[in-house]
Design a protein around this ligand. Sequence first.
Ligand code: SF4
Ligand code: SF4
Length: 82
Amino acid sequence: ALKITEECINCDVCEPECPNNAISMGTEIYVIDPSKCTECVGHFDEPQCQQVCPVECIPLNLEYIETRTQLLEKYHKLVAHK
Ligand code: SF4
Ligand code: SF4
């Protein structure tokens, strides 16, 4: 999963780009729900939020390191729940 750092300027552009609805407004800045972020695996070649963020504040969440296989499994589970 990816995470949003405190550099976030609340510009709102990433939230609608997330195919998994993993991004939402937190108490002060936007946050990514790691249980929903597949790093865009299954949907796109590149993480869409990273592509649009003007301040590049969306790095890998080091507390949730996942393999591509795990990310794909998460994608399949999320799609099944839709
Ligand atoms: Fe959503 Fe993709 Fe960003 Fe994860 S990497 S938060 S799935 S847009
Ligand atoms: Fe914050 Fe970047 Fe998302 Fe804008 S695109 S709300 S700066 S994380």
